[in-house]
Design a protein around this ligand. Sequence first.
Ligand SMILES: [Zn+2]
Length: 679
Amino acid sequence: MSSFDILSLKEAALVYLDRSGGLEELCEACRVYEGQQQDEAVYTFCISINPTDVIEVDSELGDIVLHDPLKATKVFQSVCYLAIKTLELLDKIHTESQINIILKFTHLPPFPEYTLDLCAFPRANVLLKPVFVEGLVIALTRVTKYTQGARFLCMNEDCTCSSGYQNIRVHTPGATEFATVRNDFSCKVCNSQMKEDMKLRVLGDKQLVKLIPYQALDLLRGHQKASLKYQSVTLFLRDELCNSMGIGQTYKVLGIPAHVHQWPHVTWSIEANNIQPWEPECSSKVSATFLELLRNTVGSPWRFSAIAAHCFGLEIAPPGFYNSLKLCLLLSLVQTATDSKEMFHSLDILVCNNESLILDRLLTYSLSLAQRGIRHQSSTEMFASLSRDEHGAGTANIHAGSALLATGGICMLGDLGCYKKDKLEAIQTVLEGRTVSVFIPAKKYGEDVDQQLSFPLHCSFWALIDIADHSHRSNRTECAALGTADLGPIQIKLADAFGLLLQCRDVGATGLFHTTHILQQAVQSGAGLYSCTFSTQDYQELVAQARLLQVELSSGAEKIIHGYYMASRRLRTQSQGVKMSVGSIKLLISLAEAHCKLSLRTQVLEEDAVIAVLLCESSVSLKHGTSPLVLPPDAAFPCDMSDVDSLHRRDLILDQLHQDILRFIYAYAPGADSYITEE
Ligand SMILES: [Zn+2]
């Protein structure tokens, strides 16, 4: 490239800086440096770049920015040096090499070649060109230091390089620490050894993050797709980008791929430039069949969700079975949010049963409807594990376990009977605290002091206890209060930590009924045996749409929830010595909101609160015994649901239960309204 071409590029860069406000930012940054006492080897300036705007100023410069960002950086480095010298912005800068320019891309052109699919191979063809990648953070390191820039001096005192700022080394994308600072550089003038001037070294922050393609999560749902393998990619986050990514979260990263040479290996990694939270798109329309159901059930706030639950998972369990569980699974699915800004209202479910095989299948099937669903495998870590970082820093690398991978979704733990005592205790601690703690021993990871890190947990847990397994003989049965469930090997505290406890008992002839149902399904290959005709996709779309709804609590619903909570707390503390935690009020609100969302409404009605109270009271009774609020065994589904008449009958019974709840509140929490305002 001729010197004339370079001159015109620099001119274009100056015009762009002037138009985009970059020059003003440069002046501001210089003023900040001017105020600092200490001199440094290099001074870093960030320049915001919108390639489209650059192209408008000069197409050639725009092309270089998009396809050779290192060269573009050089151009802007010269221009900034000239500006600083001409305008006398910063006396401390003596040579151009003291200027470290970081081009911050604000946008990329909206064309496919600027998006890199992490599943596509070979990736290595894309080098040093800014691209978008999308993925999920599965591991990250602690923040460590790296050398942004350093000054080297010739050890020969007579040489001109023994002072001044001729020999400055600056970190470039993809370079290792070894490339920036080491002790075997020789002087270009006299060939003597060079020595770093340690006083002037500039350090920056660095963090390594492992990203996987979002599709890889499908493998963790428990589906069998043995032929697929996914590869993670390492991102380098530097300086102000450190700590901007959370484990288990999804992001769209604008980055520059680079080869990192670390003899004898060369790894392909990405230098992050701009990081945005991102959520994979999902269909948000409700199928025509559910819309029709919505129209037909408009008269009752209970019917839509009841039929949706009744017809759910018919491939696995015949209609009429496990209706409460199916409803709770749908409520839990609806109450998930991957958006990290939103509050996560968890809805954990523990099912005690003597029919683990079918229920395990029902839970696995439901998990496939979750936006994010992880089935925990005993061979993997449940919360978090540590390893040493392999990219030179040697610091602790924290890997997400199943619960963190399930961020914003559901983590299915399976049968709790399969876990050892210490694991069950760990589950209880995590459920109670809603955080995952990681202990980093200083000695092992080159730190000065031991560290305890904690990560917030945003997922709901589903688990089973098989009480048919006679190897766990419960000691609860002898002295248990009326109405409690046999929890097998599970401590009551752990059951308490799960929000909802459900009992699914299967007796005698139903086993045969199941067999008949499954055989019929097999023979007729899923043809509609019953009048319910909602496909798995219909449910997927219903859940996806419902979880996006923003709902609002009506005052009627709030009164029932608070009143029931106050009454129940007073009563159970007095008679059973059970402390109803604040967690139960969160659970009640979460259930009522979820029922409202599942019914595709946005205002939480008293009727939603009634369902929440019925589910919650049943759960507390299974844990601690019944209360004067006497409920039928399957309170949310007190009668069969075979036809329209039975739906009407159910509405009448629920209306009656609604009155019972109100009476219960007036009897045991008179003036609950005033408590509400107090708390
Ligand atoms: Zn020299």
